[in-house]
Design a protein around this ligand. Sequence first.
Ligand code: NAP
Length: 508
Amino acid sequence: MAEREHEHVRVAVIGSGFGGLGAAVRLRRQGITDFVVLERAGSVGGTWRDNSYPGCACDVPSHLYSFSFAPNPEWPRNFSGQPHIRAYLERVTDTFGLRPHIRFDSEVRSLRWNGEELHWEVETARGALTADVVVSATGPLSDPKVPDVPGLDSFPGKVFHSARWDHDYDLRGKRIAMIGTGASAIQIVPAVQPTVDRLTLFQRTPAWVLPRADRRISGLERWLHTRVPATRVARRGLLWGIREMQVSAFTKRPNELGLIEGLAKGHMKRAVKDPALRAKLTPDYRIGCKRILLSNSYYPALTQPNVDVVASGLKEVRGNVLVAADGTETEADAIVFGTGFHVTDMPIAHRVTGANGTTLAEEWKDGMESLRGASAAGFPNFLTIIGPNTGLGNSSMILMIESQLNYLVDYMRQLDVLGGKIALNARPSAVHAWTRGIQRRMERTVWTTGGCDSWYLDANGRNTTAWPGTTAEFRKLTREVDLAEYEVLRVPASRTGARAGQAAKAVA
Ligand code: NAP
């Protein structure tokens, strides 16, 4: 039963992870209170709510992986665990008075642009509404990807994805098959290895792993960060500055990263004494081409007697037997897929129909592209947070999110300044120019030249996810909306407030 039919809001935000909550805070600060946050689940947190697997933690230091406007002097560790990050987001929700805006269990089923009324028609699991502006903050790591493995249906045991961990399933004494060697899997392996009977890791591609400089943040440090905020700001600044200095190696001089490979090999050698296992675990591509992983416990776990590393991908399942691409057969009681997310083929894109009657997924069939990571041509007043080419290989995504929130706030300001019932539609020429510039820079990056396949690349091999620059550069480029990059759509003054008419187009 549609609950709030014919409701109209100024802004509908989709998702209540870092992006959606951040948008809500910034809208309120801008004096905009006529907005809703549509959340498909029953609580906030996004990927930090959904990923609750054993060992889940962030590998970006917490003092950087948090909002600048919501500092937390009490972070317990350099790299805080998922429960602390989720609790932080719950606190942000309360501190900034966001709860009244949030509609839980309200999965967005479709979004359709109404070019006559210049608004979005939004269908959710709990009813319909319309909105002048939509902010899509669904995030790239929200929809789990499970490979289409022949015979998987025949598996009699338990199957789940790392981002949908089944906490009711007791792993003790079981034979577990872990599929994948990404950031999720390498945290799961050491966390579950002591409890399971056997752990078989299906490694299609080995990862580069560096030591994790994790430690408890002392009481004195926390006291200082609370009483002398400058110490907290300095800590964040240092964490940020170090990562900014690394960017050019990733984006312009990948050969410099070769030095880091030595560190990673030394890290492996200290933990893995068996040369045959080391050979299996040694990558053959440039470090940084895939996300660099941080762990002190992954390699030691792999040397334990109850662990097998199959240096091959999972190809087929025959009953309770898992067959790797190299023919290795393994019996298992449960399969855990640490196989990542639909990043370059975001499911939300299939649900958004723009001004031309095509979906965002259709528009993006040859690759995602948006102006300044936010606006796609033909999708007026629709802004994506963590849109195309806004991802980072080495620093905090919260920095990028906050840049995009600056852009959102300026976008709302520009709409107000222009006045009346209007919408902004990114000019195709501006979108293409932005994308061309990024793709040109992409040619030199480690993600292109490093000799690996990664989730940064789409089905056509184009990198439509990563940002090939510093966070400071992105901040500068998203400080303000350049109206020359947009077409302004207006409902003629004579018709506003009257019956719906054809939207006239006026060029800004
Ligand atoms: P991911 O990085 O996309 O890794 C997926 C893994 O599954 C890859 O190792 C992939 O192998 C493997 N795979 C896919 N199909 C397979 C098959 N049939 N057989 C064997 N292996 C297969 O996913 P993720 O680990 O969930 O991480 C995604 C992103 O989430 C990370 O890059 C990071 O941005 C974020 N994350 C961060 C943290 C953290 O902060 N510590 C933790 C978790 C996730 P190939 O390499 O051969 O493709």
